[in-house]
Design a protein around this ligand. Structure first.
Ligand code: ADP
Ligand code: MG
Length: 397
């Protein structure tokens, strides 16, 4: 799955045609339709989505594109152009989380399972997909995959589910079927984002607001720096941080850390003994506040002032939550030193990607500074590309 391009090489329509043609070659009949769902980066609000908190992602131009047809014989056949594996055939009635449709097929199979669990009679499907979302780079290739399959089945089977409901289906697939305890941000971004906008999302009730984010008009750019690092440590650590947040909420007598007001944070911290739990609480409550500040700054037309808020968020993730890594810290420190307005890791951390807010005219200099720093440190060259706020999931044909 290496060598995925950093930027979509063709228009969505061209990719839709190519994926449909591959589908036809593979399964011997044309697909009923073709859908796309994007990956995302999160501007601010990290590790807040499983605390009923606030997040502010944007969809990338990179998408998973899937050609799909219904079947009536209870079979699910899935194929990815990106894995080098053959077609995986499963029996939809036999799908169980514990039966472990292993590997990548667990994502589409999990979506079918979650839809059936929700009471929908899915009688099978043929799926062929190809994605330009880099995998394991913290850009949510997994949510793109879940969302494109969920939307395709919703349309084909006439399920009438809303975008947020489909995001919940994707999350359920990932939590219960694949076994990753993620929040709902990634699926919501992929399902609900709008071109040229950030998605300001309240993860408690999935209420959302599309916030205009036209950086180019302000002479700014947001860069994604994929460090190409994925530390195995990440998986268990995510669950540990989750447990730390839950312990904090219990100790403070609230359902979730969302309920802890920022103004009362010092008081809340005084009531906590365990240093790890304290750090989790401090991060989540302060990052919810950083989302609030970011929204206020954007509403006031002061996008430049968001930079330091990002850098502050990184420090919190690095020092309190301890989910960063040397490569991510190097991106942030180097970018800021080279004149960026602000930077932070984005996504789950322990590798993956960082984002950097820069004056558009400084893009080349900041990119070079980061590339040079990686070369000097002996790290694999990072992949740098602009985060252009793009459309959420949609039917292409
Ligand atoms: P991220 O979502 O940050 O990219 P994850 O580890 O959550 O990283 O998800 C990556 C996994 O999703 C891959 O290991 C693979 O199982 C699945 N996946 C993503 N994109 C594809 C694809 N194009 N084809 C097959 N599987 C994919
Ligand atoms: Mg993922």
């Amino acid at each position: 799955m290496s060598g995925l391009p950093a930027e979509a090489p063709a228009t969505p329509e061209e990719r839709a045609r190519a994926v449909a043609e591959d589908f036809t070659r593979l399964y011997g009949a044309e697909p009923e339709g073709v859908w796309a769902a994007p990956g995302r980066v999160n501007l601010i609000g990290e590790y807040t989505d499983f605390n009923d908190g606030f997040v502010m992602p944007l969809a990338l131009p990179h998408t998973a594109v899937a050609a799909v047809s219904r079947r009536t014989d209870g079979r699910l056949r899935v194929h990815s152009a990106d894995t080098g594996e053959g077609v995986v055939t499963l029996d939809v009635a036999g799908l169980r989380p514990e039966s472990g449709a292993g590997g990548w097929a667990a994502y589409p199979a999990g979506v079918v399972w979650a839809l059936r669990e929700a009471g929908h009679e899915i009688t099978g499907a043929d799926v062929h997909l190809a994605s330009t979302v880099p995998t394991g780079a913290g850009l949510s290739s997994s949510a793109a995959l879940e969302t494109v399959v969920a939307l395709a089945l919703n349309d084909l089977y006439g399920l009438g589910r809303s975008r947020p409901e489909l995001a919940r289906i994707g999350q359920r697939a990932e939590n219960a079927f694949v076994g990753v305890p993620c929040g709902v941000m990634d699926q919501m971004a992929s399902a609900c984002a709008a071109e040229g906008h950030l998605l300001h999302l309240d993860t408690r009730d999935l209420s959302l607001r599309q916030v205009p984010f036209d950086l180019a008009a302000r002479g700014l750019a947001l860069l994604v720096v994929d460090t190409r690092v994925k530390h195995a440590l990440g998986d268990g650590a995510y669950a540990e941080r989750r447990a730390g947040c839950e312990a904090g909420a219990r100790a403070l007598g609230v359902n979730t850390l969302r309920e802890v007001e920022y103004a009362r944070l010092p008081e809340a911290l005084d009531r906590l003994d365990d240093p790890t739990v304290r750090a989790c609480v401090r991060h989540v409550v302060s990052d919810n506040e950083r989302v609030r500040r970011t929204i206020a700054l954007l509403d006031a037309g002061d996008a430049r002032a968001v930079g330091p808020v990002l850098t502050e968020g990184h420090a919190s993730l690095r020092d309190d939550l301890r989910v960063s890594c040397p490569e991510l810290d190097l991106v942030v420190a180097t970018a800021v030193e080279a004149g960026a307005l602000g930077a932070r890791m984005t996504g789950g951390g322990f590798g993956g990607s960082a984002i950097v807010l820069v004056e558009a005219g400084d893009t080349a200099a900041v990119t070079k500074a980061v590339e040079d720093a990686f070369a000097t440190a002996g790290h694999t060259a990072p992949r740098v590309f602009p985060a252009v706020p793009s459309a959420g999931a949609r039917r292409l044909g």
